[in-house]
Structure formats: structure tokens, C-alpha cells
Design a protein around this ligand. Sequence first.
Ligand SMILES: Cc1cc2nc3c(=O)[nH]c(=O)nc-3n(C[C@H](O)[C@H](O)[C@H](O)COP(=O)(O)OP(=O)(O)OC[C@H]3O[C@@H](n4cnc5c(N)ncnc54)[C@H](O)[C@@H]3O)c2cc1C
Length: 496
Amino acid sequence: MSKVIIIGSGFGGLSCGYILQKNGYDVTILEQGMQIGGCLQCFFRNGVKFETGMHFIGSAAKGQTMHRMMNFLGLTNVRLSALDPQGYDTIALAGEHFRFPNGREAFIEQMSGYFPKEQDNLRRYMDLVNRIASASTLNSLTSAERDLAANTEYQTRSINQVLEEYFHDEMLRNVLVGNLPLYAAEWDKTPFSQHAFIMDFYNQSAFRIVGGSDAIAHSLTNSIHEMGGQVLTGKKICHISCNNTQAIGVETADECFLPADYVISTVHPARLLEMLDTRLIRPAFRNRLAGISNTVGCFSLYVKFRENAMPYMNTNYYGYRTSKPWNCERYSRNEWPKGFLYMHMCHEDGARYARSGVVLSYMNMEDVAKWKETTVGHRGSDYEDFKRCCAERLIEEVEKHHPGFASAIECYNTSTPLTYLNYTGTEDGSMYGVAKDISSGPAGRVPYRTKIPNLLLAGQNVNSHGMMGVLVGTIVTCSELISAKKLQEQIEAKDN
Ligand SMILES: Cc1cc2nc3c(=O)[nH]c(=O)nc-3n(C[C@H](O)[C@H](O)[C@H](O)COP(=O)(O)OP(=O)(O)OC[C@H]3O[C@@H](n4cnc5c(N)ncnc54)[C@H](O)[C@@H]3O)c2cc1C
């Protein structure tokens, strides 16, 4: 039985671990933190639960790709609650509200209602979105034909460039990128393909996870344990040991050596490089990985509502100060926050009132860099003052969109990019790891394979972030050890 060590217990590590253990590998997942799950983690404060990095998922209705993949991963016990199909996302631009409904035709109809002159263009746009999304790896596991050229072309064209080509109305172009915090898109930089995947993913269907995203982590971990694999917490990997040709195992911070036939790293490339001192990794590769830029980080406001004070909001709300969602990652201190994403957590399906919610707003690491050498809980009173000030400004901003928000708050907690850096190791506390950039081409991508033949990479940095993006990476990485055909058969077997 080949021994596989997986570094990191986020969705990337756990999904790889599940598939490999099920296919006869002896898997051990090592997690630096005391909790499993990475961004799937939840936490309790003042008796309520909060999600930290997975608030809703798409294409999870029966027969859709995520639903099939969740069956494949044994996640049938994870309960989902549908967001409002007439408006799973609400975009608020300059005082106007625009709702994104599920379904291609409903979406075209709704948007045409707002922008009647653009109806034909909306149709062409949705055709393009569907064409690009169907070219993804997961769809290649189905029998559908893939338009690989579409995929390649739209990885090199920016979102704004393509939208300008499709639509005359600037406001419509802005509305269509209103949910860009979901992929931290940047003007002239983020490829249109990224926009198309997210648009398609949630247009199909959108769900919150009842009781919190950690249900996914717990389910995968239990299954891995039941199949004989291990998921160990408090095990920080410091070093990947190699001989002259390949990796032979890993060393943990508590000085254990664990031998391995294969090592899969699901951590940020900056963390991976710190673990590798072998000459098998060339300086050019190191420099390339070290030079890739990251998506922006975020400030999170975790709100506990007073009992029965806040009706459950079955939509995700994206609020902006102006009519433009772009460039919110570029702000002066006085301008912050230029935009926010406000969501409620689904504690139980059908609940009338929300117990907790989160408000996210972009924040760059440089805002908190002076506390980088401090540790969680010991960053000092000036850090607490900074966070309080940010929280108050964010509450003020949300209150403008949702009168009564401030008075419904019983108490709140906050986090900054430093928190994410500490808990997940993601460089700069970035929301989604490495950024996609049309100008950098293949050099800007993190590969699945390395010059160390038995070291593979997975997780959000190799393909894309999010439940679907990470899963695509997992499938490709696992296909290095199990054939894609076999994986396809296993997915199809679970469909029946
Ligand atoms: C605020 C926020 C909101 C989001 N919302 C959504 C959403 O609604 N829907 C969605 O689909 N996606 C969402 N995402 C994205 C999604 O959560 C991530 O893309 C995905 O969970 C990343 O999984 P991963 O396994 O690649 O990385 P991670 O979850 O970061 O896991 C990496 C793990 O590796 C561990 N690790 C790091 N270094 C070491 C080491 N040296 N030794 C051992 N372990 C180590 C870390 O502790 C961590 O547990 C959100 C992300 C953020 C930040």
C-alpha cells in the first residue's frame, strides 16, 4: 500500500485524502492547526457559530456537477439550504438593487428587465459563460464535448475587456461583476474565464450549508478515518525530506519524521517553498512561485444578532458606495470600506430569524503589517483599537443599506488578513491564494507537478479557489495516481 502524506486539511487536502484512501492508498493528512478544515473551519463565540471561509456553494441541486461530486465524496449527510432562487445574490450599486436569479433563462429575463436594450447581448453573454464553464476539467469527466479553445482564449482576456465587447450599457457591465468579491477580480487583470466559472456555478443553483461549512470537513475526516486513513491536527510540516531523486517523507515542527511514497502539498506556494531545501527544485522555479501575486485579503465582521431581531436574509448582499464594484482593493484610509459582502449563516433550514452573520470587506495586508510579528490574542491594544474602528465603519456602511442592522447586533468579533495568515498560512492573508493574471500566462500558474516526481500540489492555488475550483484541482492531482477514467467511472457509479 503506497503511503501518501497530505500537507493541510482544508477542502483540498481532505478531498484528495478521501479519494486516495478510497482507491487503496494509505493516507495521512497533517494539519498545523488544532482544528481541521482550513477555510472550512467554524468557530463559536458567545454561544453562536460563525463560518470563516465557505459561506455558500453552487451547482449543488440534484444532477448538477457539485451535487454529483458531493455524492462521490460521500457528502450526502451535509445538509444544504437553497438561497432565494429569484435572487441568490443582490447587488446594490448607487442606491439601486439588482437581483441574480438561478437559471439561464430567468437570469436573461431579469437582467433584460433592468436593461431591455441588452437582451440579445445578454443571450450571447450567457452562451459564452456556458461554453467556457463546460470546458472545465470536471465537465470533461462527463461525456460533454469541451471547447478547449474557448477556455484558453478567455484565460488571456480580462473580464472588463470582454464585458465591454458584449455590452453597451456601463451599468449592466458593473452589475454583472457586482459579486466580484467571490473571486477578488481586478480590473485589466483577472481573466474572463474566472468570471464565467463563478457565474455559471451559482447561476445553476446556490445553497448555504445548514449548521456551517465545517460539516464538510467533519464528514470527509470521518470517512477517511473509517477507511483506515488518518487526519492529524497540531502537526505543522517544516520540511519535505528528499534524496537525490525524490521526496522520502516529511518532518514536523515537533521533530517527527514521517516516511512517504508520495507527498501532496495543499498549502500556499510560499509555505511550500519554506519546506523545500532540495537541489531538485531549481532557483528559477523558486523565483517564479515566489513572484506570483496574491488576491486581496479581507476584514471580517462576525455579528451575533439579538434574539429574533434580524429576519433571515436568504440572499447574499453586495453593497457599494458608488456605481462601480471595481477597484475596492485600492483605497485610502478615509475611503475604506468601498464595498462589502453581507451574508447570514443558516443555522437551521427555514428559520425566520438569523442568529449570526458576516460582513466581509477587502483589506490589504499592509494595513496590519505592523502587527505581523505578534500572535493571535496577543497583538496589543492598538490592534484591538484598529479593529474596533474598522468594525464601526463597516457597521455604519451596512446600516445605510439595511436600516436596523446596528441595533440588531448583540455583540461582534472581527478578523483581519493576519488572522487568515495565522490560521491557514495563506500568504498576505489573501482571501483566495494566488491571483489569476491575464498578463502572466503559464508562468503565473502554480503547477500540479514539480521536479520532485512524487511531490504533487493541490488546493486553491493550483487551479482555482472555492468549492468547485479546489475540487477541479483535486481531480487533476488525483488523476496523477489514479486514472481519470477510473475517477470518472466512480463518479458515474455514485450517480445511480
Ligand atoms: C473569507 C472567505 C470566504 C470564502 N467564501 C467562499 C464561499 O462562500 N464559497 C466557496 O466555494 N469558497 C469560498 N471561499 C474560498 C474557499 O474557502 C477556499 O478556496 C478553499 O476552502 C481553500 O481550500 P484549500 O484546501 O486549498 O486551502 P485552506 O482551506 O487554506 O487549507 C490549507 C490548510 O493547510 C494548513 N497548513 C498550512 N501550512 C501548513 C503546514 N506547514 N503544515 C501543515 N498544515 C499546514 C492550513 O492550516 C490549512 O488548514 C472563501 C474564502 C475566504 C477566505
